[in-house]
Write a protein that binds this ligand. Structure first.
Ligand SMILES: NC(=O)C1=CN([C@@H]2O[C@H](COP(=O)(O)OP(=O)(O)OC[C@H]3O[C@@H](n4cnc5c(N)ncnc54)[C@H](O)[C@@H]3O)[C@@H](O)[C@H]2O)[C@H](O)CC1
Ligand SMILES: [K+]
Length: 517
């Protein structure tokens, strides 16, 4: 799913109105109606007090359309206009007049000194104060209003964006933002729904279709894409009947050190689970017995050293290599890692201590071949890129790094974001159960396994991150967040593959209208 920028959204609005020969007011009516449908479907006429707070721009206009329709359907609506902005948009004014013709309960104008209306904890707040047009921090009175919303503990539904949240940067002050329980965005989500600094304001979200011009949606190239099942299905490589293990490549995993052989066991199992034909692990001698015992499918080559990697060399011809898991940062390991980078030309995934060694010896970055995949968690990324001011600054630095070294950076986290040159791919699967040791080793194994089967490194990264998160989403049904382990994630990769083709559950037959009368 494409994530459009603020500028692209405005452009899409104008183009849609022109191509569909409708006014922006009619587009606003569509937007407000879609919000109404979402609420009506869930409330079914319940008389819970609904407080609709409207700004004086088009976000406010959406709120007025919604309020009018709620009133027409007999809901218990209180409408307020937060009259603190400079100019009222034409579409706001049109809807302000319309709602006054609908009800005697005209919207209450709140100037920037008014007392706040009382809001009960079981009431509903609709936040239609600011949308993507926010261009400066809200003033103190508006900030206090947003804090009043929060203090009420009422369910807060944000229209398009939680007010006070910019579409393209981190807010200056978290008290100046509405903390929504649910955000209804038009046509597509916003990047700020997925970033650690800003996703807390949106929490759950849904994108409502308002009929933006299809050609515009299809032909506009966006910087950001949300990656889900629909994006992954077309890239999945079905297996041919007449194939053999050689068809699906040979993954080589290099890493491990005394006490961290488990990382390599997890990676090895994950590489197999992702479909690699053959897997070999290169580990210190201390890992030989456990690896052969726990992962009999994996072949083993051992380093001359008992406890760490000191001399990486192998006769096999792998089709993909994953390196760094549990590898440690001993200077002998660093030396052999550097030598390996100099001589290697096989598609490569670098994880964990491999990344840390690169951070410690930044000269070695020039040894990275194009299309190398790096899979840092935020701390490892900071060692590589240096400190960042916020998530937007982090992504800017990551894009610059990716362009400089032509590498793919998988920034692991709650929404893993894969960066390649100027594109950002936001993953839609995964859950807090993944915050447990070893899940990174599993991800590296999966990505390595996909590359060795012939997926391009970027595709393998997106698909691997998707499958990894999906495995955890399925496994967490059985294990819960606390008890989910990295081994479970490996065990459920199979289910993540099968889920790609699972038919959606049949909708229960709509009850016959007559029976309800
Ligand atoms: N395709 C779509 O997504 C559609 C979106 N719609 C809605 O339109 C808004 C954007 O409307 P816009 O008038 O451009 O801006 P806002 O309503 O978000 O902002 C209101 C207004 O407020 C002024 N302003 C900005 N910052 C501040 C501030 N800190 N304090 C006071 N005033 C401020 C600024 O002048 C803005 O104009 C979008 O979010 C959707 O809700 C369309 O309705 C339909 C299609
Ligand atoms: K809003």
């Amino acid at each position: 799913m494409k994530i459009f920028s603020k500028e692209q959204i405005y452009k899409g609005d104008k183009l849609t109105a022109k191509k569909q020969n409708i006014t922006s007011t009619e587009l606003m009516e569509r937007a407000g109606t879609q919000i109404f449908n979402w609420i009506h479907q869930r409330m079914q006429g319940a008389q819970v007090p609904i407080h609709v707070f409207c700004g004086i721009g088009n976000n406010g206009g959406d709120g007025l359309v919604l309020a009018r329709q709620l009133i027409n359907y007999g809901y218990n609506v209180h409408t307020y206009v937060v009259n603190c902005s400079d100019k009222r948009t034409q579409d706001f004014l049109v809807n302000y007049e319309r709602i006054k013709q609908t009800t005697k309960k005209w919207p209450i104008m709140l100037n920037c000194k008014a007392d706040f209306p009382p809001i009960g904890p079981d009431d509903i707040i609709v936040d239609a104060v600011f949308g993507i047009g926010l261009n400066r921090p809200p003033n103190e009175w508006v900030k206090s209003l947003f804090q009043h919303f929060r203090a009420s503990n009422a369910f807060t539904l944000a229209i398009d964006l939680p007010s006070g949240l910019y579409a393209d940067k981190v807010p200056e002050d978290e008290d100046g933002v509405v903390w929504a329980n649910y955000t209804l965005s038009f046509q597509s989500p916003k990047l700020v729904f997925f970033l650690p600094d800003t996703s807390k304001y949106t929490r759950q979200w849904e994108a409502l279709d308002i009929g933006i011009d299809l050609e515009f949606l299809q032909q506009t190239d966006t910087e950001v894409e949300l990656i889900g099942k629909n994006e992954m299905l077309p890239i999945y490589k079905p297996r041919e009947k007449f194939s053999n293990k050689g068809t699906y490549g040979h993954g080589l995993l290099i890493g491990g050190s005394y006490g961290k052989i488990g990382a390599m066991i997890l990676s090895g199992r994950a590489t197999l689970a992702s479909g690699a034909g053959l897997v070999t692990t290169f580990i210190p001698k201390c890992g030989y017995i456990p690896m052969q015992s726990v992962v009999p499918e994996a072949m083993v080559i051992t380093d001359v050293d008992d406890e760490k990697l000191t001399a990486i060399k192998f006769e096999i011809a792998p089709t993909a290599i994953g390196i760094g898991m549990g590898m440690g940062q001993d200077e002998k390991t660093q030396t052999t890692f550097q030598k390996f980078l100099k001589s290697n030309s096989v598609p490569l995934v670098i994880d964990a201590d491999g990344i840390n060694l690169l951070s410690k010896h930044k000269d070695d970055l020039k040894l990275l071949k194009p299309q190398t995949v790096l899979t840092p968690h935020p701390k490892e990324l900071e060692r590589l890129l240096g400190k960042w001011k916020n998530d937007f600054d982090k992504l800017k630095k990551a894009k610059a790094f990716s362009k400089k070294y032509k590498c793919i950076i998988v920034i692991k986290g709650a929404h893993t974001i894969t960066v390649f040159e100027d594109k950002l791919y936001v993953n839609s699967t995964g859950n807090p159960g993944l915050a447990t040791g070893g899940t990174g080793d599993v991800l590296t194994g999966i990505i390595t396994g996909l590359i060795c089967q012939g997926y391009e490194p970027l595709t393998a990264s997106l698909f691997g991150v998707y499958l990894h998160g999906k495995s955890a989403d399925i496994a967490v049904e059985d294990y819960g967040y606390q008890s989910l382990t990295a081994s479970h994630v490996v065990d459920y990769v199979a289910q993540a593959f099968l889920d790609l083709f699972a038919m959606p559950p049949a909708q229960p037959p709509a009850e016959n209208e007559e029976e309800n009368l």
